[in-house]
Design a protein around this ligand. Structure first.
Ligand code: SAH
Length: 339
């Protein structure tokens, strides 16, 4: 049995030809899944009944069951899903006045172990398959009863550690013959893997890049993000410059502000120095305190940090993370469920 959501249209065509069906059947099936969001063969009414039966023996939709759904006061909806092997992942629907964004996972857990992140604390289980990534999108579009505008890989996991499945999922969702989501609607968020960033730059796909920076000081960043011991700020910066030269795209930086740790005037100065010459947008997010070592700074500190960036000519926004009343921070829902 093959997972249908891992197959592109061309692979689906080959499969149809291999069972002596016409290639046109593949287009019909692709339509049902990616235009009508159908997740069962029995509903594909323009296929002969015998073929529907045959398909059910050849292909399956990767099972994803809602374990829990939370809805925040600001409209954020968070899903905890159970996969075929009982593993659990999270995805989030974020509502803005004129568009909807899905925040989706690329791995079950995460191996990077950033000290402030609930996902890292839960350890790493495995990569998600292409179908499991695509499935999050289709299931949530069904749940909200409409199309998504933007997709960000900011749920669980490090997308550049599961590149094949992530890129294939993007390709499938991008296919103009199906779901037809433009590459610019996708954002890959990385903890900072230089080779991944360079490969994205070389891919020619206009996928947006977001980098979780959190500090521009190597010693501090290494203590927050162990990955920095292997990929220092210098090597990260070199990859960012390469990406920007190739794509011209502005890069978004995530900076979780942690009281007394990375929120001083010295931290802003270092950040400005680091980003000088890179077309940037900085998201300042008061840290979601998932453990007692990390506290949110005062509103004044947040405002000062933002003002420092603005005075140096950088665009930034300080915002409360959406859905803070519903454990919407990365990995929190799963953490609480596990107790
Ligand atoms: N591995 C990727 C994507 C997943 S994490 C990455 O690192 O970018 C999604 C975002 O949530 C990252 O910016 C991460 O640093 C941030 N994050 C994780 N825990 C957080 C917390 N407790 N408070 C604020 N942001 C957090």
């Amino acid at each position: 049995m093959k997972d249908i959501l891992s197959l592109g249209l061309d692979e689906l065509r080959d499969l149809m030809l291999s069972i002596e069906e016409s290639a046109f059947r593949a287009s019909q099936i692709f339509n049902w899944v990616y235009k009508k969001r159908t997740l069962s063969f029995s509903e594909m009414m323009n296929l002969p009944k015998a073929l529907r039966g045959e398909l059910s023996g050849l292909l399956y939709f990767p099972p994803m069951e809602v374990v829990e759904k939370q809805v925040s006061k600001d409209g954020t909806e968070k899903f905890l899903w159970k996969l075929e092997d009982e593993n659990q992942i999270e995805s989030v629907v974020l509502r803005h006045p004129r568009h909807v964004t899905f925040c989706i996972s690329s791995q079950v857990g995460c191996p990077l172990n950033c000290s402030f992140c609930a996902t890292g604390a839960g350890g790493f289980s495995r990569n998600l398959s292409t179908g499991e990534i695509v499935s999050q999108v289709i299931h949530m579009e069904r749940a909200i009863g409409g199309p998504v505008d933007n997709i960000v890989f900011m749920g669980m996991g490090e997308p550049f550690l599961n590149e094949n499945s992530v890129y294939k999922a993007i390709d499938i969702l991008h296919d103009p013959r199906g779901r037809n989501l433009g590459f610019r609607r996708f954002t890959i968020s990385t903890a900072g893997i230089p080779e991944g960033i360079k490969k994205l730059a070389d891919s020619g796909m206009e996928i947006r890049l977001s980098v979780s920076l959190h500090s521009a000081k190597d010693v501090l960043r290494s203590s927050l993000m162990p990955l920095n011991r292997v990929h220092s700020l210098d090597s990260l910066r070199e990859a960012l410059v390469y990406y920007q030269q190739k794509t011209g795209n502005r890069i978004t930086f995530e900076y979780a502000l942690i009281s007394g740790m990375n929120d001083t005037a010295g931290d802003v100065a270092q950040l400005i120095k680091y980003l000088r010459g890179i077309k940037s947008f900085i998201n300042i997010i008061p840290v979601n305190p998932v453990n007692p070592d990390f506290e949110r700074p005062s509103d004044q500190k947040v405002a000062d940090f933002e003002e420092g960036l603005r005075a140096a000519g950088f665009e930034s926004a300080a915002r409360q993370e959406k859905g803070t009343d519903i454990d919407a921070a990365c990995g929190q829902l799963r953490q609480r469920r596990r107790g």
